[in-house]
Ligand binder design. Structure first.
Ligand SMILES: N[C@@H](CCC[C@H](N)C(=O)O)C(=O)O
Length: 276
């Protein structure tokens, strides 16, 4: 069969086209990434993931992440679990290390089959989000009614989390793009609305930078858990219910954040050579 092979995977419906470029190098242009991600003219995905060889002997592989709009980003929690599961199947190991632009992420398989990724430290300084001017990241102060005063957290990518009474009632499709491009965010931002639905239990909807509303955002769930704990709304172990299902988050004493959830492989295929 001609053309590059790919696998289609998802974590709670946050879906990925994955290409393994460890043997045959592949550096997609922005246009190619957009086309692969296009749900009508390409294959369709929220993120296009390229597995590359890592130059570091301590990592099993390097994971390159492209948003559906072709932009390259530092973190994707759901893809980290998916790529780690590929590497676990290959090596027979229950713990692997995935290198990303944002750092080295250790990922382990739980006895119940769920995968836990250590997503690294929660960065809370305004310069690390990054914000375009000095602000308290716990009360960032921007508003677009009915949303106001998000908590900002960088989990290898920038997140703004707005706490609201009822996340379902927010018109995120309309508000998301305007907040994503707010002048306070020089690298844009992932925009979330979160409400407390029980003890240490959050409902979260995410408008992802470079994509739009997705079924689930792993780094967004980590950011929301950190934000809720900083606001005194929850402890440091939290269940986060996304559109596609729950993720379990633990903001640890060393400031790193564990994220536990499922992975699914949906199908394999070949990309027509004329597409790339
Ligand atoms: N789906 C992701 C986040 C992907 C990157 C994000 N859209 C960004 O631009 O930072 C996740 O599961 O974390």
């Amino acid at each position: 069969m001609n053309g590059r092979s790919f696998v289609k995977m998802h974590g709670l419906g946050n879906d990925f086209v994955v290409i393994d470029a460890r043997e045959e190098a592949f550096t997609p242009t922005e246009d190619q990434s957009r086309l692969i991600a296009d749900r009508r003219f390409g294959i369709g995905c929220d993120q296009f993931i390229i597995i590359e060889k890592s130059q570091n002997p301590n990592a099993n592989a390097f994971m390159r992440i492209k948003n559906a709009d072709g932009s390259e980003v530092g973190a994707c929690g759901n893809a980290t679990r998916c790529i780690a599961s590929i590497l676990m199947n290959e090596t027979g190991q229950d713990t692997v290390t995935v290198e990303t632009l944002a750092g080295f992420l250790k990922v382990s398989k739980e006895e119940n089959g769920l995968i836990t990724a250590n997503m690294g430290p929660a960065l809370l300084d305004w310069k690390d989000i990054p914000l375009s001017e000095e602000r308290d990241t716990l009360n960032t102060g921007i508003k677009l009614p009915p949303l106001r005063n998000p908590v900002c957290v960088n989990m290898g990518n920038p997140h703004a989390v707005f706490f609201v009474e009822d996340a379902e009632a927010i018109e995120l499709e309309a508000l998301g793009p305007r907040l994503e491009h707010h002048p306070l965010f020089p690298e844009l931002a992932n925009i979330s609305v979160a409400s407390l639905v029980g003890d240490n239990h959050i409902r979260l909807r995410v408008f992802e930078r470079g994509v739009g509303i997705t079924s689930a955002c792993g780094s967004g769930a980590c950011a929301a858990a950190v934000a809720a704990s900083r606001r005194g709304l929850t402890d440091k172990k939290v269940q986060v219910d996304l559109d596609g299902g729950p993720l379990f988050i633990h903001w640890q004493e060393d400031n790193t954040v564990l994220m536990t959830g499922p992975v699914s492989k949906v199908f394999e295929g070949h990309i027509a050579p004329e597409l790339l």
